[in-house]
Design a protein around this ligand. Structure first.
Ligand code: KIV
Ligand code: ZN
Length: 523
């Protein structure tokens, strides 16, 4: 039995928010943001953190190595294609961890085999060489046959056996395109356990994508059939419809432990905080009705305060809000609240702010309190989503005045600084936001295409802040910008400029950080 084999009722949580999640177009996080999320994951009891794909870029490599050095408890894993150079680079990045892991993979389904143009035998040989190489470097090796759920069963048995014989300690079975269904997911794991020699010496993992909305169900079904590692991301972040959501599998195993008697090491009270942080740094807001972490997920949050609920919370709730770290009273502060109280509240919400950041947030908090009588948790979270990173300040809105109403065209007068120099313009548009965006574009001409413009009211009431998310694309680079303000047009302008600032950073980095290899470049 290898050191990686887990006890029978313990399910290992492998979080890939920083690898598969971050790979989602537009979800790119900065170095500091990745370190912060990794530290929150470690702190909440995630067993294994897949910190990135070291060969992809200098930035990925540096993030994985620093996360590896900082982690207290979690195993730190890096991803590598089935290539010696990838595996060496991955080992360089993770070897500073107390408990490193190399995760190497190759696409084994007919469609994936066709890309590097390998025969079945050639691929089998490549698997043997690369897994052996990884195992010579590190005693904790995970191997994945990408697109396993569309791979011929006999071939899957064959390659899994080779990977085990070559030293893999965990075999991950990815449903790469979210194609499988719960019974099939369970059957596949059961068959592998039954038919592959050596299967009893390793841990099987399940890695599901959510294209048909079945990722959580498929992961749990795999566990019932014998898998003991679930690969997942916070908020289900990931390409297309995302990955299995960590909070969903963890809470399902907790709430329905009567029928799924498995344990995880996750402190579920840390779920809300990390969910908010991942939403903030990735620029992917959580949908209101998302299970566990959505704004409406709990009866008291969604305004169900009828009789039954007041008499007995269990009428509508199968778990308590505090089990996931949601506090019931969320009326927080007003204009007389001080700096210490603000820091205290931000800490409760999962934000650790240094003195300089606190100074900046406090100024913005006071400005908001002048405009809005009551400030709620959600207002503070929105405030924290508005970046105060100096990298995000090359373009800055100084002044904006908009004329709008029933008689068009709408007009925006804009003053903006670009690298410290003031510029101004007046532009018209089809609505106040269009006029404002036209004004930004007149002062800072660019070819980036607006892919998404989204507005949400943070709280109830007509004085509520609006949070605006903007996603833009330029030459394959996708960036998101966000801002919040009680004035929707101001929030829109700031979110747009935030996205442009991030684009400028990406443009600069593409000189030094140029590999930009995707794990889909399999050959
Ligand atoms: O979905 C997938 O197949 C992956 C692999 C790289 C494990 O993310
Ligand atoms: Zn994946």
């Amino acid at each position: 039995m290898t050191q990686d084999k887990t006890s029978q009722d313990r399910v290992v949580i492998f979080d890939t928010t920083l690898r598969d999640g971050e790979q989602s177009p537009g979800a790119t996080m900065t170095h500091a943001e990745k370190l912060e999320i990794a530290s929150l994951l470690d702190d909440m009891g995630v067993d294994i953190i897949e910190a990135g794909f070291p060969i992809a870029s200098e930035g990925d490599f540096n993030a994985v190595s620093e996360i590896a050095k900082n982690a207290d408890n979690a195993v730190i894993c890096g991803l590598a294609r089935a290539q010696i150079g990838d595996i060496d680079r991955c080992w360089e990045a993770v070897k500073g961890a107390k408990r490193p892991r190399i995760h190497t993979f190759i696409g084994t389904s007919p469609l994936h085999r066709a890309i590097p143009n390998l025969t079945m035998d050639e691929m089998a040989e490549r698997i043997e060489q690369t897994v052996t190489h990884a195992r010579n470097l590190c005693d904790n090796v995970q191997w994945s046959p990408m697109d396993a759920t569309r791979t011929e069963l006999d071939y899957l048995y064959r390659v899994v056996e080779i990977a085990i014989k070559s030293g893999a300690t965990t075999i991950n079975i990815p449903d790469t395109v979210g194609y499988t269904a719960p019974r099939e997911s369970a059957d596949l794991i059961a068959k592998l356990i039954e038919n592959v020699p050596g299967a009893d010496t390793i841990t099987f993992a399940t890695h599901c994508h959510n294209d048909l909305g079945m990722a959580t169900a498929n992961s749990l079904a795999a566990v019932e059939a014998g898998a003991r590692q679930i690969e997942c991301t916070i908020n289900g972040l990931g390409e297309r419809a995302g990955n299995t959501a960590l909070e969903e599998v963890v809470m399902a195993l907790k709430v329905r432990n009567d029928i799924m008697p498995f344990q995880t090491g996750i402190d579920s009270t840390k779920i809300m905080n990390i969910s908010r942080r991942v939403a903030a740094v990735s620029g992917f807001p959580v949908q209101f009705n998302k299970a566990i972490v959505g704004k409406n997920a709990f009866a008291h949050e969604s305004g169900i305060h009828q009789d039954g609920m007041l008499k007995n919370a269990e009428t509508f709730e199968i778990m308590r809000p505090e089990d996931v770290g949601l506090s019931e009273t969320n009326l927080v502060m007003g204009k007389h609240s001080g700096r210490a109280a603000l820091r205290d509240k931000l800490e409760q919400l999962g934000f650790e702010v240094g003195d300089n950041q606190l100074k900046d947030v406090f100024v913005r908090f006071k400005a908001l309190a002048d405009r809005k009588k009551e400030i709620f948790d959600d207002d503070l979270i929105a405030l924290m989503r508005t970046s105060s990173d100096p990298e995000d300040e090359r373009l800055k809105i100084e002044k904006l005045a908009v004329r709008c109403g029933t008689e068009g065209p709408q007009v925006a007068d804009l003053v903006m600084t670009i690298d410290g120099e003031r510029h101004m313009t007046t532009q018209t548009g089809d609505g106040p936001v269009d006029a404002t965006f036209n004004a930004v574009k007149a002062l800072f001409p660019h070819d980036a295409r607006l892919q998404l413009y989204q507005v949400h009211a943070v709280t109830e009431g007509t004085d509520a802040q609006a949070t605006v998310s903007v996603r833009m694309e330029e030459a394959g680079r996708i960036v998101t910008g966000q801002s919040a303000d009680t004035d929707t047009v101001v929030a829109s302008a700031k979110a747009y400029v935030h996205a442009l600032n991030r684009l400028l950073v990406r443009r600069e980095k593409s000189g030094t950080d140029k590999a930009e290899i995707s794990y889909k470049d399999v050959s």
